[in-house]
Design a protein around this ligand. Structure first.
Ligand code: ADP
Length: 192
C-alpha cells in the first residue's frame, strides 16, 4: 500500500507515519528527515538547503522532486511506502503523479490529519523546547504554517477530486488517532 500523509506542522504526521510504518512494515519516507540528515552530514544538498530550511521556507521543487524520485526507486518501496512531507506544492504533486505512473504505481490512500492552527502552533512551541530544531523559532513556525495553508492545503482538493482522501481528527491522543488511521486503511482495503 502507498499512503500519503497531509496535514499542517504539528498535526502529528511524523508520529503517526512512524507507527503506520512499524505496524505494516513499510518504509517511512519523510523529506524533512532526509534534509536534516543531509544538513548534519554537510553534503552539498545539505549546505544548499540549510538557510531555506532554517527560515521555514520551502526548498525548490526541482531539488525535492529529484530527491523523491531517487528515494522511490529504492527496492524497499516495492511493497509500499508512507510518504510524509512531499508533495507540498502543485508542481510537486504533478511530478509525483508522473513519477508513479512511470513505475506503474499509485497512491492508495491520502490521509489528511486535521488540527486547528492554535493546537499546531502550541505543539510546535513545545517541541521547540524539547528538540531545539532551528526551524522551530516563532517566526519560522509562523512561516511554515502560512506556507502550509497557501501551498500545501490546496492539494487536499486535488486528491479529493479522485476520491481517495480520508480526514483524520488529529486533536486527540496518539492512540486514538492511530486507531482511526488503522480503520481508514482497512476500509480502503489498503491492509487486511
Ligand atoms: P514540518 O512539517 O514541521 O515543517 P518537515 O520535517 O516536514 O517539518 O520539514 C522541514 C522543512 O524541510 C520544511 O520547512 C522545508 O524547509 C523543508 N521541506 C521538507 N519537505 C519539503 C518539500 N516537499 N518541499 C519543500 N521543502 C520541504
Amino acid at each position: 500500500m502507498n499512503v500519503l500523509l497531509l496535514g499542517p506542522q504539528g498535526a502529528g504526521k511524523g508520529t503517526q507515519a512512524k507507527r503506520i510504518a512499524a505496524e505494516y512494515g513499510l518504509p517511512h519516507i519523510a523529506t524533512g528527515d532526509i534534509l536534516r540528515r543531509a544538513m548534519a552530514d554537510g553534503t552539498p544538498l545539505g549546505r544548499k538547503v540549510k538557510p531555506i530550511y532554517d527560515s521555514g521556507g520551502l526548498v525548490p521543487d526541482d531539488l525535492m522532486i529529484e530527491l523523491i524520485r531517487a528515494r522511490l526507486s529504492e527496492p524497499d518501496t516495492e511493497h509500499g511506502f508512507i510518504l510524509d512531507g512531499f508533495p507540498r506544492t502543485f508542481v510537486q504533486a504533478e511530478a509525483l503523479d508522473t513519477m508513479l505512473r512511470e513505475i506503474d504505481k499509485q497512491l492508495d490512500l491520502v490521509l489528511e490529519l486535521q488540527v486547528p492552527d492554535e493546537v499546531a502552533a502550541e505543539r510546535l512551541t513545545k517541541r521547540a523546547t524539547l528538540e531545539g530544531r532551528p526551524d522551530d523559532t516563532p517566526e519560522a513556525i509562523r512561516r511554515r504554517l502560512e506556507l502550509y495553508h497557501e501551498e500545501t492545503e490546496p492539494l487536499v482538493e486535488y486528491y479529493r477530486s479522485r476520491g481517495n482522501v480520508v480526514g483524520i481528527h488529529g486533536d486527540r491522543s496518539e492512540n486514538e488517532v492511530f486507531a482511526e488511521i488503522q480503520q481508514a486503511l482497512e476500509q480502503a482495503g489498503a491492509v487486511a
